[in-house]
Design a protein around this ligand. Structure first.
Ligand code: VG1
Ligand code: CO
Length: 585
């Protein structure tokens, strides 16, 4: 168990983005790349006051190519840095929400597990030619806070060596169980425990939802569903819940065997990439109805590579993630987790997410927060009482337009939680199985007629030049004062600004979180650069228009004028040479 100190030098570009460090797999596999970053994390964690030899380190991932090798390296480096106890997901698999659930459950939270490495690039494609990624989560089960990631990044720019126990035996991660390795001189020992991937998370979900009511719904003759795991890590979780717990045939699951390249697909649950599911639900990539021979399921859902995202569909009906969040919040009391705790207390959405949930929060008199993109900002709000001895905002629901939804049961977004939330809400809206089925579409339309409809879309321009995209953002930032008050088409820009967030719990400030054009009628145009692109840059353009009267327009029609205005405001054609998005969600 003697550590070797290996000389290394800084590698540029190891700055974590919205959700960890993501790069081409080949880059990750190049000499010292992973080692440098992992050492930088250990150094930041130890400098932050964590005694790593007193706690446990958890490691798991979404099963993408290089997952297994990276796990062995992290164990060897962990031992060299003083870690005495490891929990590793069986076969290296742990979904992002399962890491969060497990770290909290096996805790108890603030003592036993000090952190976790999650090996994932989430919805980015995997395989030797695609992306790999690594995230670090802290003891509350949530993504590492900004200051820890900044300290990590700073370490990567000055690193001179890393520590590794090269002679630590390779661990067999295929079998659940515990192995103890004792130092030659008997002075110390290390325990590596291979833990079941699904157990803790599934057990937690069973305490949250009314499984009996969901089973009654699923067993109805007129109710059918499919859940597409897109060959990501979600497969084993969906099997455990829907087949083992809820007694459904395995045919409700598609693409549920994890593959290290997601079968060559793009494990991102949206209308463009979840093609197979979208077609089976009778829709095309624009969300329009298409002809399908044979019956269409009542409910469809999909997950991303690491299982934290969800897409919800009804029969020939797409629920936008922003609407999904609003509907779940409006119906939270159908879910035992909330009703038994005296009801939902607070909600939050990321800034680009539509304002649909704002109206529900106002109506139900809930505390409401608007945070920057990324899950780390929600965690502080959820933990305000425990860590910061502040106001208690739980039970809490939050979400993003990027197909992420969740609550304070964990500190990550949770794809399968959202699917069960919808099924629990559907079950509660269908108390009598002999009556006609109240559908997903019925529930959303009822919601719109009560609260109005936030027409919404996001355009992604992937693979554009980073320097040019940055110049485009800089220009809009410089022009905010000029644009404020200006009339564009039939809209007036009430405020143009760059979103800044002051965390109400710890006072930390996040700058430059997106250029906003807030129109006087409540419509919005927003621009951001993605923080998860493995290479190049991705420009995201978000468009939103609120309507109370016209509830049935095609989205593209409702947003036509605003979209044209947005393309003019950013002038992406001049800066980046295109005005055609690669993906619309
Ligand atoms: C994207 C989404 C953001 C999400 C993040 C991580 O970030 O927009 O809402 O939190 O991915 O999701 P960005 O910076 O590329 O816009 V996941 O499923 O990759 O952990
Ligand atoms: Co993800």
């Amino acid at each position: 168990l003697k550590p070797t100190v290996v000389k290394t030098a800084p590698i540029s570009g190891q700055e974590p983005g919205t959700s960890g460090l993501r790069k081409k797999t080949k880059e990750f596999m190049s000499e010292n790349y992973l080692n440098n970053f992992v050492q930088a994390v250990f150094d930041a964690v130890i400098a932050g006051g964590t005694n790593v030899s007193e706690g446990t380190l958890m490691v798991g991932g979404d099963g993408r190519y290089y997952n297994d090798k990276a796990i062995q390296t992290i164990i060897k480096m962990g031992v060299a840095n003083g870690v005495k106890r490891f929990w590793i997901g069986k076969d290296g698999l742990l979904s992002t929400p399962a890491v969060s659930a497990t770290i909290r459950e096996r805790g108890p939270v603030w003592q036993t597990a000090f952190g976790a490495f999650i090996l994932t690039a989430s919805h980015n494609p995997g395989g030797p030619e695609e992306d790999f990624g690594i995230k670090y989560n802290t003891q509350n089960g949530g993504p590492a806070p900004e200051y820890l990631m900044q300290a990590t990044y700073a370490n990567t720019t000055s690193i001179k060596s890393y520590k590794i126990c090269s002679d630590f035996p390779e661990v067999d991660i295929t079998k659940v169980g515990s192995t103890t390795v004792v130092a030659d001189d008997g002075s110390s020992s290390v325990v590596v425990e291979i833990i079941p991937s699904t157990e803790s998370h599934v057990a937690l979900l069973k305490t949250i939802f009314d499984f009996d009511a969901i089973k009654t719904l699923l067993d109805r003759d007129d109710f059918t569903m499919i859940y597409d795991s897109m060959h990501g890590v979600n497969g084993p979780y969906s099997k455990s819940i829907f087949v083992d717990e809820l007694g459904q045939p395995e045919s409700v699951l598609t693409n549920h065997i994890p593959k290290d390249d997601f079968n060559g697909g793009h494990a991102d649950p949206n209308l463009t990439y979840a093609k197979e599911l979208v077609a089976a639900m009778g829709l095309n990539a624009e969300g329009d109805k298409i002809d399908v021979s044979g019956p269409i399921p009542s409910f469809g859902a999909a997950a991303d590579g690491d299982g934290d995202r969800n897409m919800i569909l009804g029969t020939q009906f797409f629920v936008t993630p922003s609407d999904s969040l609003a509907v779940i919040v409006a119906n939270a009391n159908c879910i035992p987790f909330f009703s038994t705790q005296g009801g939902l207390k607070a909600v939050a959405r990321s800034m680009p997410t539509s304002g649909a949930v704002d109206r529900v929060a106002k109506d139900l008199n809930l505390d409401f927060f608007e945070t920057p993109t990324g899950w780390k900002f929600f965690g502080n709000l959820m933990d305000s009482k425990v860590i910061f001895k502040g106001k208690d905002y739980t039970p809490f629901i939050c979400g993003e337009e990027s197909f992420g939804t969740g609550s304070d049961h964990v500190r990550e977004k949770d794809g399968i939680w959202a699917v069960l939330a919808w099924l629990n809400i559907l079950a509660a809206n269908n108390p009598d199985p002999s009556k006609p089925l109240v559908t997903v579409e019925d529930i959303v339309r009822k919601h719109w007629s009560k609260y109005g409809r936030n027409y919404y879309c996001r355009w992604d321009f992937e693979g554009v030049d980073k320097v040019k995209a940055t110049a485009m953002m800089d220009k809009m930032r410089a022009d905010t004062a000029f644009n404020t008050g200006r009339t564009v088409g039939s809209y007036t820009i009430a405020i143009a600004d760059d979103f800044k967030y002051v965390d109400p719990v710890d006072g930390s400030v996040a700058q430059k979180q997106g250029i906003r054009f807030l129109m006087s009628d409540g419509s919005r145009i927003i621009f951001r650069l993605s923080g998860t692109a493995g290479s190049g840059a991705t420009v995201r353009m978000y468009i939103e228009q609120y309507e109370t009267g016209k509830l049935n327009l095609p989205v593209a029609v409702a947003l036509q004028e605003l979209t044209d205005i947005a393309l003019g405001l950013c002038d992406i054609l001049t800066f980046c040479g295109t005005k055609t998005p690669t993906v619309i969600t």
